[in-house]
Write a protein that binds this ligand. Structure first.
Ligand code: C5P
Length: 283
């Protein structure tokens, strides 16, 4: 039995940082939105543990950490052959590595008929990342704490997402380190964003998109700011940073045409209503 899964990318529609905690992480409020840009994970029975990822051949893949945590939780080895094909750009604030690792938990749960609940899988996932638990159920969810304290949000989209990933990569720890007080107060950020999301109206949603990490990411990432300005000129709309960057996105009522050239890692228009790709340039 071969299991093929499609771990999706995410964007952060809102991200407010409330302060630094004693454990070194930051307390935050965010809204994760799954988007139709996918990696591919193939999991099949095998007599040992085999993991192949051509794009990142090293042994420090988050999937291997997830696999080990799941074995520790179950108390026995979980052999399988796993092949990961990467499409989601790395170090871009799109959660690709987290999605792969969380989907590996889902796949191994299925392959070995472990019958673990989503609550258990989320708990294991949150041991190896702050946005990992989100991917167990995906969709649109509000998150608090480090990002693992989740609650589902209902939303409807009538619009398109323009997603751009410039050449430069952003290190999440470095961006959080560059963040300086004052921090955002804990207010009713989720309620306001949720109300806008429920209307499905582009102007309402765009008005509420916010990312406290943007100044820090721009301060340590050369050309990120100018790259975002260029995108704003090209598409005549505001762009927002996803997570700690460097990916940025805009919402649009219509699907803009594809440019002939693009200087970056990824540019695409995704149809959020029908959950598919209108066009994309991957390089
Ligand atoms: O948990 P994750 O591996 O995504 O976090 C990467 C790094 O980002 C952490 O080591 C920490 O430096 C920073 N971070 C943070 N507060 C969060 C999430 C991440 O400071 N809520």
């Amino acid at each position: 039995m071969k299991i093929t899964l499609k771990p999706p990318a995410k964007i952060n529609l809102g991200l407010w940082v409330h302060g630094k905690r004693n454990d070194g992480f930051h307390e935050l409020t965010t809204v994760f939105q799954e988007i139709p840009l996918y990696d591919e994970l193939e999991i099949s029975p095998h007599d040992s543990k085999k993991f192949v990822c051509e794009a990142f051949p090293g042994q420090d893949n988050l999937c291997l950490k997830a696999w080990q945590r799941l074995e520790n939780y179950c108390g026995h080895s979980l052999n399988a052959s796993v092949t990961l094909k990467k499409k989601i750009p790395a170090a871009a604030g799109l959660g690709g590595a987290s999605a792969d690792a969380s989907y590996l938990l889902l796949g191994l749960n299925q392959l070995h008929q472990l019958n673990l609940s989503n609550a258990e899988l989320k708990c294991i996932a949150s041991e190896f990342g702050s946005d990992t638990a989100f991917f167990i159920e995906g969709g649109c969810q509000a998150a608090k704490g480090r990002g693992e304290n989740l609650s589902p949000l209902s939303c409807s989209y009538e619009n398109y997402l323009i997603l751009a990933v410039p050449h430069m990569k952003c290190s999440t720890p470095a961006v959080f380190k560059a963040l300086t007080p004052p921090y955002s107060e804990q207010k009713n950020q989720i309620k306001v964003l949720e109300t806008a999301l429920k209307t499905g109206k582009l102007s309402n949603i765009s008005d509420q998109i916010h990312n406290d990490l943007m100044p820090a990411a721009q301060s340590i990432t050369e050309e990120l700011e100018s790259c975002m300005k260029q995108l704003e000129q090209q598409f005549n709309t505001s762009f927002f940073l996803s997570g700690s960057g460097s990916s940025c996105f805009a919402l649009s009522e219509t699907a803009p045409a594809s440019p002939l050239t693009f200087d970056g890692r990824y540019l695409g228009v995704l149809d959020l209503k029908n959950n598919n790709t209108v066009w994309e340039i991957c390089q």
